[in-house]
Design a protein around this ligand. Structure first.
Ligand code: NAD
Length: 352
């Protein structure tokens, strides 16, 4: 019998090839006149182009965003926003850059206009993360949820096939876990299933032909739905494991999601049959876990933790850490079960 709670997050989304042209009017809509633009060093030119588009409405570019928002970078960006008298942040980039904008917003209440260029989905969530002394702290704060998001698929054309594949699988992971989340509800489940479908449709074409704008558009649409799913409901075993592996063994974010997802799905499958049939249906596969594995493999993405540089001697420690703090999963977490899951992920075995 149905029983759920559904809460709508605020936010304005503008989607479509060329929608970056609307940036000046969208900034005006926010009532902002002094935007600080953020990017990674690698995307400094993209950041500079945004500054130029904004003209007198931009006060500068901070192009030092890096993965997992180190506190030192967050503090430098906060200081720059203060010194320049910024009244809004415009982030152009992936989850690392959006994360830096969030680090500013959480202490200043500056509104964020996000321009995502990967499929990470952070732009649709009130979740922040900051790394201090090698430990990443995360939390939720409505102030860090971007007020406006411009999804322009033309900005994703430069995303290399490898990053497109793993970033896309990362987004599929948000959709997968939303379907069996403790807070799952019919609206988010519809979005999540549609997100998997759109990504599974777009990603193979993106990897084959990175300049295919139609495929890029499908994948980015799916990523938006993945971000909505992540922002709206809690996650489970898969996200917890990826957080453990990334934080304790310094494994790369999107790649780790790609490798672990089929195995976390196989582990959970017996306890979440409806979610599994929706995932399989969206993938056009017989089995959810095998369909996810086959999709990742067909994209040329890594399929084993060994390929990401994990050491087999660390698997026991990873299993210990993963079961330290209890958390929700439809199938209860056992040390023994997680150890087997990790071994399968380490070896890159196709789920049975
Ligand atoms: P990323 O932002 O670190 O980007 C990876 C690299 O790709 C960077 O050098 C970036 O400049 C470059 N890049 C991005 N878009 C490009 C494009 N279109 N063309 C060429 N190069 C491009 O990677 P990511 O996977 O998007 O983000 C990962 C980070 O985001 C992690 O720290 C993760 O924890 C965080 N994240 C947070 C949330 C949240 O809700 N808070 C959600 C998802 C991810």
């Amino acid at each position: 019998m149905l029983s759920f709670v559904y809460e709508i997050l605020p936010g304005r989304v503008v989607f479509g090839a060329g929608c970056l042209d609307k940036l000046p009017e969208e900034i005006e809509r926010l009532g902002a006149t002094r935007a600080l633009v953020l990017s990674t060093p690698e995307q400094g030119q993209d950041g500079q182009r945004i500054v130029e588009r904004l003209g007198a409405r931009a006060v500068g570019l901070f192009d030092k965003a890096v993965m997992h928002v180190p506190i030192e970078i967050a503090q430098a960006a906060r200081e720059q926003a203060k010194v320049l008298g910024a009244d809004c942040c415009v982030s152009v980039g992936g989850g690392s850059t959006t994360g830096l904008a969030k680090a500013i917003a959480m202490v200043s209440t500056l509104p964020i206009l996000a321009i995502p260029t990967t499929y990470a989905g952070s732009e649709m969530t009130p979740i922040w993360g900051i790394t201090e002394g090698g430990v990443k702290k995360t939390g939720k704060d409505p102030r860090v949820l971007p007020k406006t998001v411009l999804y322009d698929p033309t900005l994703t054309l430069t995303m290399p096939p490898g990053l497109s594949a793993t970033s896309g699988m990362n987004s599929i992971a948000h959709c997968v876990e939303a379907l069996y989340s403790k807070e799952a509800n019919p609206i988010i489940s519809m979005l999540a299933e549609e997100g998997i479908r759109a990504l599974a449709l777009g990603l193979p074409k993106v990897v084959k032909d990175p300049a295919n704008l139609d495929a890029r558009s499908n994948a980015l649409y799916g990523a938006w739905l993945g971000g909505m799913s992540l922002g709206a409901v809690g996650m489970a075993l898969h996200h917890k494991l990826c957080h453990t592996l990334g934080g304790s063994f310094n494994l790369p974010h999107a790649e780790t999601h790609t490798v672990v997802l089929p195995h976390a799905t196989a582990y959970t499958a017996p306890a979440a049959p409806e979610a599994m049939s929706r995932i399989a249906r969206a993938l056009g596969a017989q089995s959810a876990a095998q369909g996810l594995y086959d999709l990742a493999a067909s994209l040329g993405a890594p399929t084993s933790l060994a390929a990401l540089g994990m050491k087999s001697g660390d698997l026991d420690k990873a299993a210990d850490i993963a079961v330290q703090n209890p958390y929700y999963n439809p199938r209860p977490i056992t040390r023994e079960g997680i150890r087997v899951l990790l071994q399968d992920a380490f070896d890159g075995r196709r789920p049975a």
